[in-house]
Write a protein that binds this ligand. Structure first.
Ligand code: ZN
Length: 84
């Protein structure tokens, strides 16, 4: 896998929506490519910051994915066990 292939799959990787084979290939690339490791790590942290503060501008595609994830998380919390 090349770096550009890695970057193309990165959001899906962070989204956990890759098939097993592609995920293994990405992790294999991460193991030896420091540049992509840094990009992956930075993107992951950016997503965490975004989830915490919702202050940062992200690409539309990523924003849509994150919004879906956040909505699902909120709904899961609301649907959780409630004390009367
Ligand atoms: Zn790379």
């Amino acid at each position: 896998m090349t770096c550009s292939e890695f970057l193309k799959e990165l959001t899906d990787y962070l989204d956990d929506s890759l098939d097993e084979r592609t995920r293994v290939e990405l992790e294999d690339h991460l193991a030896w490519c420091h540049d992509c490791f840094v990009v992956c790590d930075t993107t992951k942290k950016t997503i965490e910051i975004y989830r915490d503060s919702q202050l940062y501008e992200l690409p539309d595609d990523l924003r849509t994915r994150l919004r879906t994830a956040i909505v699902e998380k909120c709904q899961a919390r609301k649907a959780g066990p409630q004390k009367a």
